[in-house]
Design a protein around this ligand. Structure first.
Ligand code: NAD
Ligand code: ATP
Length: 309
């Protein structure tokens, strides 16, 4: 799976497919858009397969043993979102600017794929959350039977409204708090280094089970972010006396309006996303926060100066 609108990604994708076919004899599936790009380049790529509709996407996990992504974190989120049930291991090559979830260097793709295909590999099992929208809380019925899955976070915010968002939050039916501010982020621990971090949430190792409850610009001096256990169900409701509707977005996409009386219910999903590690889960996480975010970067103080002896 590749990030769209990038010539360098398109060139690398064609080269990688050629190598995987000729040296590894693999069957290869690509997205319909990529299939079009490959065939417009050469009829050599006729052996590559694709899918046509939603139904075929739903059975992809029965055919695919390994997903390769070429792009940034957004491409990993995109790839994960294609699999509503079990997810094959994802090997992510970094072709974006930050790449928290993309540990592999594209220049070394032959060596990387060689060793991954031989195995064994270390993986980070990234938990996802499942979200349901309830229209008109009195009915207590989910809008759709299928949940919306997120790997990073679901955000409930004030959208274009200039009023404070007003959100009532419950955890396993106990009242947690009322958010009055720009909104609320419910994040997985994988997503803790994304939007939640920007809103002041803690960075959490992706293998720690839990849900981060991070307010966005709360109009209160004492609203610290929380981390809740993974087994809870969180309900965020727009009260009937709210001045404006709220907006939910899922991994930064698919915005849905929540009118007064609507609610969003969120819990851990049964199918996590396994991502291949370059070294191991902890080493990759620490490397990302050092190299990507320059976490706690400071020149080391030299010994010459005053000392307690
Ligand atoms: N203020 C913010 O920090 C802010 C605002 C909006 C969205 N986002 C994040 O962007 C994500 C969507 O990513 P996209 O690539 O489709 O949009 P995008 O192209 O706008 O990229 C957003 C940035 O977030 C980074 N990112 C994404 N997931 C990450 C993770 N788990 N850990 C660390 N960094 C991560 C990406 O590398 C990228 O630099 C959302 O899920 C949300 O977390 C952050
Ligand atoms: N296969 C795909 N099909 C459609 N959209 C995609 C696909 N892959 C990625 N995207 C979208 O393209 C956008 C950019 O992708 P990505 O984050 O991978 O690249 P980037 O923005 O260049 O990287 P970075 O965020 O590290 O700078 C994201 O919003 C993502 O959802």
């Amino acid at each position: 799976m590749t990030k769209p609108n990038s010539t360098s990604v398109q060139i690398l994708c064609a080269e990688m497919i050629r190598w995987m076919k000729e040296h590894k004899k693999l069957n290869i599936y690509v997205e319909p858009r990529v299939m079009g790009e490959l065939l417009s380049e050469s009829s050599y790529f006729n052996f590559v397969q694709t899918w046509k509709d939603e139904k075929e996407i739903l059975s992809l996990h029965t055919k695919v043993d390994l997903v390769v992504t070429l792009g940034g974190d957004g491409t990993v989120l995109w790839a994960a979102s294609m699999f509503k049930g079990p997810v094959p291991p994802i090997v992510s090559f970094s072709l974006g600017s930050l790449g928290f979830m993309t540990p592999f260097h594209s220049e070394q793709y032959r060596d990387c794929l060689d060793s991954i295909l031989k195995g064994p590999i270390s993986i980070t099992l990234r938990h996802r959350m499942q979200c349901h929208v309830i229209r008109d809380a009195a009915k207590n019925e989910y809008e759709t039977e299928e949940p919306i899955l997120v790997l990073n976070e679901v955000t409930i915010d004030r959208g274009i409204s200039s009023f404070l968002a007003n959100l009532e939050c419950y955890c396993d039916n106990s009242f947690v708090t009322r958010v009055q501010g720009d909104g609320l982020i419910l994040s997985t621990t994988s997503g803790s280094t994304a939007y939640s971090l920007g809103a002041g949430g803690s960075m959490v190792h992706p293998q720690v089970p839990g849900i981060l409850f991070t307010p966005i610009c709360p109009h209160s001096l004492s609203f610290r972010p929380l981390i809740l256990p993974e087994h809870v169900t969180i309900r965020v409701q727009v009260p009937f006396n709210s001045r404006s509707p709220a907006w939910a977005s899922f991994d930064g996409k698919d915005r849905k309006q929540l009118a007064a009386g609507d609610a969003l219910v969120c819990s851990m999903a049964p199918w996590p996303v396994p991502t291949a590690c370059q070294i191991d889960s902890t080493n990759d996480f620490l490397r990302s926060i050092h190299d990507g975010l320059h976490w706690n970067l400071r020149k080391t103080q030299s010994v010459d100066g005053p000392q307690d002896l």
